[in-house]
Design a protein around this ligand. Structure first.
Ligand SMILES: Nc1ncnc2c1ncn2[C@@H]1O[C@H](COP(=O)(O)OP(=O)(O)OP(=O)(O)O)[C@@H](O)[C@H]1O
Ligand SMILES: [Mg+2]
Length: 224
């Protein structure tokens, strides 16, 4: 029984991957399996799936080493373009947020901010920070998942863009809690920086406004 790989239940069908719950050598796991896309030339499709599986698996392993709560990766199976990772018991923050107390919301959002600051300080961009890509456990731990759009960058602009996406998600999906959550998130983010690099942190936050101004006043076709 211990030596088995058992895929039990598809829990999510994403744009690129199927997420399957199951067991891997006695452990409860999620298999993130990037599925073939019929519209791509077969060799290119295989190459893309291998590359993206490797990128995401490596990113998860690297960021975990900085102390960020991400699911532990057990195996990167490039042949089947599958990442085998620890199954995190909990709820998507998107679904959990509304039933939390304000105090819980503040603590959780601060914690998320701190984790994103650690990511950014180490040159990692998550690429898709949303409340669907954060799992909240019943002990109020948070896990950041879905590094499918992860990239490496030390540009202020890329870090601000990462934060700006999260801001927009808070507005659109959690409008009633937006101020409370966004303030707590930024506070956690600032606290994740040390005095010697707080200047960069301030620039990143300030640049969110610049991005918003561009979005509103520059015609879409004029944007670069
Ligand atoms: N390690 C995990 N433990 C528990 N649930 C997970 C885990 N990884 C993913 N999930 C669940 O599967 C969902 C989809 O995962 P993920 O966001 O990584 O896939 P995706 O293909 O990028 O999906 P989408 O395209 O919808 O963003 C998550 O929202 C979460 O509910
Ligand atoms: Mg996702």
């Amino acid at each position: 029984m211990e030596n088995e790989i058992v895929m039990e239940k598809v829990i999510h069908k994403g744009a690129e991957a199927n997420l399957v719950y199951g067991h891997w050598f006695g452990k409860e796991v999620i298999f993130k399996h990037r599925i073939p896309k019929g519209y791509r030339i077969e060799q290119i499709d295989k190459m893309l799936r291998t590359k993206r599986t490797l990128n995401e698996g490596k990113a998860l392993i690297r960021v975990k080493s900085y102390g960020i709560n991400v699911p532990q990766v057990y195996e990167i199976d490039t042949k089947n373009s599958t990442i085998v990772m620890k199954h995190i018991k909990g709820q998507k923050l998107k679904d959990a947020l509304k039933s939390l107390t304000n105090e819980q919301k503040v603590n959780i959002l601060k914690n998320i901010g701190k984790n994103i600051a650690i990511l950014h300080k180490n040159g990692h961009i998550h690429g898709d920070i949303t409340t669907s890509n954060i799992i909240l456990t019943n002990t109020e731990e948070i896990f950041i998942i879905d590094f499918g759009l992860h990239d490496y960058s030390d540009y202020i602009e890329d870090k601000s863009t990462d934060l700006h996406l999260f801001k927009r998600v808070l507005i659109s999906s959690h409008g009633n809690d937006f101020c409370l959550c966004y303030e707590a998130f930024l506070e956690g983010y600032r606290n994740g920086y040390e005095p010697e690099n707080i200047k960069e942190c301030k620039e990143i936050i300030k640049n969110i406004k610049t991005i918003e101004t561009r979005g509103r006043y520059v015609k879409k076709e004029d944007r670069i």
